[in-house]
Design a protein around this ligand. Structure first.
Ligand code: NAP
Length: 253
């Protein structure tokens, strides 16, 4: 029988980019379920859960990502759950011809290599856990991103492929690896990007949501709930899958 109220008791969790937005909501959801949580970011924000350990670091560099992973192991004394949530982008219109070499590399570093570099030093601990689980936060499944976010889409698509390889390689050790692909979610990062995009396209932010079958933007808590399910024992037979939480956008609807 699963004790749903305390289902994460005894679980040690690291969430990158957990100081605000989807990461902070996920940290709060797992804390509410009894987990011990560390969040990493470059700085604390108003939404950063006060009952989580805070690890300061920039995961867009190898040294920064490695230091975050090492401090998490030291702080938590092991690891059961890793959420590679960090990601960022700035829309660049009209598309591939205007994206500089530097911008392509920056997007790969923050949206893809951050997950690769944070995960690697944590794998021995996750293999030792009896219920190791990783969730990588994507958007790549919503490709194409032509006209404004090609650099972001390409980096997230690399993350999708890496997640599949990780799931296959870690399955024999019982470590499950899944992707969550959020749709348009109300967060500071998401809202800033959409404002820039709407301005560049000469439309309103509301017009950007016209194609969402559920006719609204999502909340960080709705993504957190999906992540909580995937890292829980309730999802013990689910690995290597991309879970769309998009209000139906890009999906069957
Ligand atoms: N919101 C959406 O509509 C949406 C849609 C699809 C996918 N996603 C994905 O969901 C994830 C979370 O997005 P969000 O909207 O919650 O973003 P957000 O509100 O911008 O939060 C991003 C988090 O990452 C941290 N961060 C950013 N750059 C960092 C760096 N170089 N090193 C360390 N930490 C860094 C931020 O803190 P600091 O700035 O203090 O470091 C913050 O805690 C991202 O992977 C994003 O691509 C979001």
């Amino acid at each position: 029988m699963i004790d749903y109220a305390n289902e994460f008791e005894g679980k040690k969790v690291l969430i990158t980019g957990g100081s605000r937005g989807i990461g902070a909501a996920t940290a709060q959801r797992l804390l509410d379920g009894g987990a011990t949580v560390a969040v990493s970011a470059r700085s604390r924000h108003e939404q950063t859960p006060t009952n989580a350990s805070f690890i300061q670091g920039d995961v867009s560099t190898l040294a920064g990502a490695t230091a975050v992973a090492e401090e998490a192991l030291e702080t938590l004394g092991g690891l059961d759950i890793l959420v590679n949530n960090v990601g960022a982008t700035t829309p660049i219109l009209p598309g591939i011809e205007s994206i500089s070499d530097e911008e392509w590399i920056e997007s790969l570093l923050i949206n893809f290599m951050s997950a690769v570099r944070v995960t690697k030093p944590l794998l021995p601990a996750l293999r030792r856990s009896r219920s190791g689980a990783i969730v990588n936060i994507s958007a790549g499944g919503l490709l194409p991103f032509h006209g404004f976010l090609a650099h972001y889409g390409a980096a997230k698509a690399a993350l999708d492929s890496y997640t599949g390889s990780s799931a296959g390689e870690l399955a024999p050790a019982g470590v499950r690896v899944n992707l969550v692909t959020p749709g348009a979610i109300a967060t500071e990062g998401g809202d800033d990007g959409r404002k820039l995009l709407a301005t560049g396209m000469g439309i309103t932010v509301e017009q950007l949501f016209g194609g969402i079958p559920l006719r609204r933007i999502g909340t960080a808590q709705e993504i957190a709930e999906t992540i909580a399910f995937l890292v829980s024992d309730r999802a013990s037979y689910i690995t290597g899958h991309d879970h769309f939480v998009t209000g139906g956008f890009g999906d069957l609807a």
